[in-house]
Unconditional design. Structure first.
Lengths: 225, 225
DNA sequence: AGACACAGTGTACGATAGACACAGTTCGAC
DNA sequence: GTCGAACTGTGTCTATCGTACACTGTGTCT
């Protein structure tokens, strides 16, 4: 069994032998709880098994290995996308879609880090793509460009979530202050930018600013076609 | 010694005792070579030490731990940003900056994955920020917005690099085909988008499309101020 | 000259992912 | 109804990895 089969396979039919005490969903949920509470590093086969009251090796009856478990956790944590039918127009739809994705990922910040590197797209993730592509249906873009728009929005969300995952904003600022202390003359523009943004510029403002610039850019592109 | 000191500290002055046979730079370079050749997973203290002809534990005389070594590798691999002085105007500068960053990261795809999660900004990384912020100097944006623009561009580059890091484009397509095979009716828009983009839409086109949309969006925003 | 600080080594430990053999359990075929 | 095959969870074992610690040798400062 590989990742594709695990994520996409049919739920197993009636089989011989003792009934499994668990389901793959149980594993995913246990892993997600652990990751939410203590971070991705706390997710070990041992601890997932403990949480479910079985031995470490029993988990290998459900998933081929840890990587596959994490892939499952990611897709489960993402969940199904919200419906966008009640919104009118591609732009409000894409904006709501991006903000919804932000909320989901913010709830499970570890999922961004877990999806670094090559991986297989899960059913939920592909459904998110499907919904977004439906929103841009009919626009004067070819398929590649439509996907590029989705990728741009996703990148923005992922980056912002990652940036403030475990680091609180104050911690980041504090680190930068430490670094810039005594070295400010080498980075005058950084110092100036930090100074003139101290008041406002929360994380959410950064996200919406970026998203709105991208959407503006797409709108402009469409109007020029 | 912590990460900040390692990345930002002065090169050690004259000290007592035997001369170190290595430098932190040697460690970083050895790690980078390993990661370039065999991926980030191949970077173990053992193998870095082997490559340098010392024992595993000797490396701990130079770096406090593996995380710090990786942070050092990332900043070293990124290198100093190119000068943008010969370019005129914020837009060509930011575009060149983004493409330069893309090239650097593409040369060391593992660095994107290595920078997932909370980490300390290194000197080279901060210099990239400084150069980009200098490019948007004088624009009608506050410091936070300037940083938001940089973040948006960086996100775009990082995402695209990550997407095609170890996966070749063909491999990605093949995986999607496998998944969509027999499940296409559940994802009609995904199928349609893939079909109408089969011909063109290389990775680089995706990158420049996204970058140009963001820059368009910023330009529009400025013109509306 | 001698003390001290520091470099590299060797050994050891705990955590981790995972292989494998085994005992008990349930279903299907006869 | 019985028996065998398939399957589940367990226990044991191994390889790998990061890192702590004690030790030996070396070069510099007093």
């Amino acid at each position: 069994m590989d990742v594709i089969e695990l994520l996409w396979g049919e739920p197993a039919g009636p089989r011989r032998g003792p009934r499994p005490t668990l389901t793959v969903g149980d594993l995913a949920r246990a892993g997600i709880e652990l990751a939410d509470a203590e971070g991705l590093a706390a997710v070990t086969m041992q601890r997932v098994a403990e949480a479910l009251g079985v031995t470490k090796m029993a988990t290998y009856r459900y998933v081929p290995g840890k990587d596959e478990l994490v892939a499952l956790m990611v897709d489960t944590a993402l969940g199904a996308p919200p419906p966008l039918d009640d919104l009118d127009g591609w732009r409000p739809k894409l904006r709501a879609w991006s903000l919804a994705m932000n909320e989901r990922m913010q709830a499970h910040p570890w999922s961004v880090r877990a999806t670094a590197g090559p991986r297989v797209t899960g059913p939920n993730e592909l459904t998110w793509a499907e919904v977004a592509l439906a929103a841009v249906d009919g626009l004067a873009l070819d398929g590649g460009q439509k996907m590029d728009v989705i990728v741009a929005l996703t990148s923005q969300v992922r980056s912002l979530v990652e940036q403030t995952a475990d680091n609180s904003e104050e911690r980041i600022s504090a680190t930068w202050m430490t670094i810039l202390d005594g070295r400010g003359e080498r980075f005058p523009h950084v110092v100036a930018a930090l100074a003139s943004s101290a008041r406002h510029s929360s994380r959410d403002q950064g996200l919406t600013f970026g998203l709105d610039r991208i959407l503006d850019g797409v709108e402009l592109y469409l109007s020029r076609q």
